[in-house]
Design a protein. Structure first.
Length: 230
């Protein structure tokens, strides 16, 4: 074949640079809809919206509360479908307010791409210290050892392969798993995930969780008072 394939027409909009430009322009121009307003605009129908794309800044841990309203989970199936986010683009999800047939973009406020306006974005706290925990130890234990406290909200920023690779060797790469102790590095050679770094698309973050075969990556803040024991 010597001629270019044109069966799908002009798909240059899928090239990374053009796709990113379109995405950012669409998010910048779209009116905002707070996640707590979705119920009023959706199930209750009290809030009527213009028929245009809306952006919903949201937090990953709140996804399960929003999925049905934005058309990403069939009604009556809550609890029967895994809670992982599918078909996302750096924290962006396409949905639809079914009752009003309004297209939505759910944009994670922690996205490393910074799609949202500065006032809508969340960043790792300036006073957060990122530290690997010892094998088999929880982040509560690792932080308390330094007279600090684990901050669960900050752990979401560490659930990223690039971040893990700054603190662990990750010789066997980085992969997805399920477990309350994630994100972690696996130093035990009898584990099938030996020398892998592991993140999760499903499990919520936890300060107290631990696994005998893994080393956690922790976010510690503040200082424990001298008379308080962790």
């Amino acid at each position: 074949v010597t001629e270019p394939c044109n069966h799908f027409g002009n798909i240059s909009y899928l090239l990374a640079e053009e796709y990113e430009t379109w995405m950012r322009n669409a998010i910048d121009a779209a009116p905002r809809l707070k996640s707590q307003e979705l119920k009023a605009a959706g199930v209750e129908g009290h809030l009527k919206l213009p028929q245009t794309l809306h952006v919903v800044p949201y937090l990953r841990e709140k996804y399960n509360n929003l999925a049905e309203t934005v058309g990403l989970q069939p009604r009556g199936t809550k609890g029967s479908i895994p809670h992982d986010v599918r078909s996302e683009h750096y924290g962006i999800l396409a949905g639809r307010l079914l009752q009003q047939q309004i297209p939505l973009l759910l944009v994670d406020q922690r996205s490393t791409k910074g799609y949202l306006r500065p006032s809508e974005q969340l960043r790792l706290a300036d006073d957060a210290e990122i530290m690997p925990g010892g094998k088999g130890r929880s982040c509560d234990e690792a932080c308390n050892e330094r007279r600090m406290l684990c901050d669960k909200a900050q752990l979401y920023f560490l659930n990223d392969c690039n971040v893990l690779q700054k603190h662990f060797p990750c010789e066997a790469g980085c992969a997805h798993q399920v477990g309350k102790e994630l994100p972690v590095y696996v130093p035990d050679d009898f584990q099938p995930t030996y020398r892998q770094c592991l993140i999760t698309f499903i499990s919520p973050m936890s300060c107290e969780a631990k696994h005998a075969s893994t080393s956690r990556l922790c976010a510690c803040i503040g200082k424990l008072p001298p008379n308080v024991h962790g």
